[in-house]
Write a protein that binds this ligand. Structure first.
Ligand code: IYR
Length: 224
């Protein structure tokens, strides 16, 4: 490696192999309980929990460590109402035919439609933005690299952190999402990437059977 400023790795923890095995199994058993939920309780969730989860997301690896993301965490009911109104407007035309027959058929087993009450009822909406320009410092305006990959990984961290904290989530991508920039007051450089809904599940929350079908290890992995 070429000379560069660095520090010895100090926070790595090595576990004995049998403990690694247990930990990997436990992690799998726990993440397996993560389900996409579309029915949320309006029970409040303390802001500090969301802050911690976003801090966790912010540790994700990213192209040149530019961290090309911004998270807008919304609990304000007026803002949530605006998001619901605009998202439902787009969803109405999506479900009325804009999606096309194949897409609508693919969604049938999930039971989704143009009604998105959770956008108002859930305690937190987290709008995730990706940034084409930026850098290691928030004020930088350099090129960012692997923006989609980086923001995708950070979003995965965020979903995992929220799940580990004891909350449920929904990854929502209203199409188009550009209205989120305006509602969240973000500059042109910030592109809406995803809207994450987070909170407690409603008492009658369900999981579609379709969502429980997961490909086997053989189907998703090859070991050479
Ligand atoms: N955004 C729409 C449609 C939708 C699309 C996909 I791909 C999904 O996995 C689920 C829903 C909606 O939220 O209803």
């Amino acid at each position: 490696m070429k000379a560069h400023d660095s520090t010895p790795l100090q926070d790595y923890i090595e576990y004995p192999v049998d403990e690694m095995l247990t930990r990997s199994e436990q992690f799998y058993q726990d993440i397996k309980r993560r389900h996409t939920i579309r029915s949320f309780s309006d029970r409040p969730v303390p802001k500090e929990i969301i802050e911690n989860c976003i801090k966790a997301a912010g540790t994700a690896p990213s192209g040149a460590n530019h961290q090309p993301w911004h998270f807008v965490a919304i609990s304000d009911s007026e803002v949530k109402k605006q998001i619901r109104q605009q998202a439902e407007e787009h969803e109405r035309s999506f479900y009325a035919g804009r999606a096309g027959e194949e897409w609508l058929d693919a969604l049938k087993p999930l039971g989704t439609d143009d009604q998105k009450p959770y956008l108002e009822h859930a305690p937190w909406l987290i709008a995730i933005f990706s940034q084409k320009k930026g850098g290691i410092h928030a004020e930088d305006k350099n090129t960012n690299y692997y923006v989609h990959e980086s923001v995708g990984i950070a979003t995965g961290f965020l979903i995992n952190a929220l799940h580990s904290s004891g909350l449920v989530t929904l990854t929502h991508t209203p199409k188009p999402m550009s209205f989120l920039s305006k509602v969240c007051n973000r500059p042109d450089n910030d592109r809406p990437y995803m809207l994450l809904i987070a909170g407690y599940p409603a008492d009658d929350a369900t999981v579609p059977h379709h969502a429980l079908v997961k490909k086997s290890l053989d189907e998703i992995a090859t070991f050479l």
